[in-house]
Design a binder for this molecule. Structure first.
Ligand code: HSE
Length: 308
């Protein structure tokens, strides 16, 4: 029986100032999904590993089952499909865990069907996975996980997704404190109205960040990694956020912020030594305060999801 296996990378959504409109993929970690046909005319999740038993096997409740069913509807197939999910990152981490699973499942099933859909057609299906996971169909994790690199969602209606230039020399530190911050909860606490002055600051920074990536101007990227709207609220959910930021910036990070909806935080660095130093210091800071964490240094990923 033919089986297809896909890897989809973790992502850093928002990139500090671009709430719901910017995200980039990282090399590690990433989820894997294996799909194969079955003879039952139903979709089944036959195996999940790496989730500590937390994810449902019910296809309607698990993003991989949900998006595979949406795919089958879209291609008008009644084919039965078995899905195996290998989680390689913590749930609710802020590293786009559900997005990586949805994207891996969709790219795998598309390959199994000999690619009837384009990546542009898979993207809205992956966004529905985000709706199931968090109550909102944002694309700033699924788009970079699918396409790789740094991605801008210029518009949601109609969907207009732009892959921005990739800077291959950047190192990414990610630190995941072992606390639970579900994305849905981290969205509910945000204010629905923002003062004009704050909006002006924010869109200046978004434009600066995009311009910095397009021209390779890392100092401009760093100056633009400021969030005056979301971070002041969400950082309250992350222990020692201000201390971590201070340490990262003192140790020459280009910028520092919350990864997606948290609790993971990330720093961008120009070289690996700086990144390793920051990774160590942040890990030890949390450790001194009895907070378990996982920290790692990786690079941006420009390939996105891949059949392996
Ligand atoms: N843009 C989303 C948020 C990403 O910040 O809620 C979730 O990982």
């Amino acid at each position: 029986m033919k089986k297809v296996k896909c890897y989809a990378p973790a992502t850093v959504a928002n990139v500090v100032c671009g709430y719901d409109i910017l995200g980039f993929a990282i090399e590690n970690p990433g989820d894997q999904v294996i799909v194969s046909f079955n003879h039952t005319h139903t979709t089944r999740i036959t195996k999940i590993e790496g989730d500590e038993g937390k994810l449902p096997l019910d296809v309607k409740k698990n993003v991989v089952g949900h998006v595979v069913n949406l795919f089958l509807e879209k291609v008008k197939s009644r084919q039965g499909v078995d899905i195996e999910l290998y989680k390689k990152m913590p749930l609710n981490s802020g590293l786009g865990s559900s997005a990586a699973s949805s994207v891996a499942a969709l790219v795998a099933i598309n390959e199994l069907f000999e690619n009837p859909l384009t990546k542009g057609e898979l993207l809205p299906l992956a966004m529905e996975g985000e709706r199931l996971a968090s109550g909102n169909a944002h694309a700033d994790n699924v788009a970079p996980s699918l396409l790789g690199g740094l991605v801008l969602i210029r518009s949601y209606e109609p969907l207009d997704v732009i892959k921005l230039p990739f800077i291959k020399d950047l190192f990414v530190v990610s630190v995941h404190p072992d606390i639970n911050v579900p994305t849905g909860e981290a969205r509910k606490i945000l204010k629905q109205q923002i003062p004009l002055q704050k909006a002006i600051e924010q869109w200046g920074n978004v434009a600066g960040l995009v311009s910095g990536f397009c021209t390779g101007d890392m100092d401009l990227v760093g100056r633009s990694m400021k969030d005056v709207i979301i971070e002041p609220i969400r950082s309250m959910l992350i222990p020692f956020f201000c201390e971590m930021k201070e340490i990262a910036l003192e140790n020459k990070a280009i910028g520092f912020g919350i990864s997606g909806s948290g609790p993971s935080v990330f720093a961008l660095c120009k070289n690996k030594d700086q990144a390793d130093e920051i990774s160590d210091r942040l890990y030890h800071l949390l450790n001194r305060h009895q907070i378990k964490s996982e920290s790692q240094v990786t690079k941006m990923n420009n390939k996105g999801a891949l059949i392996i």
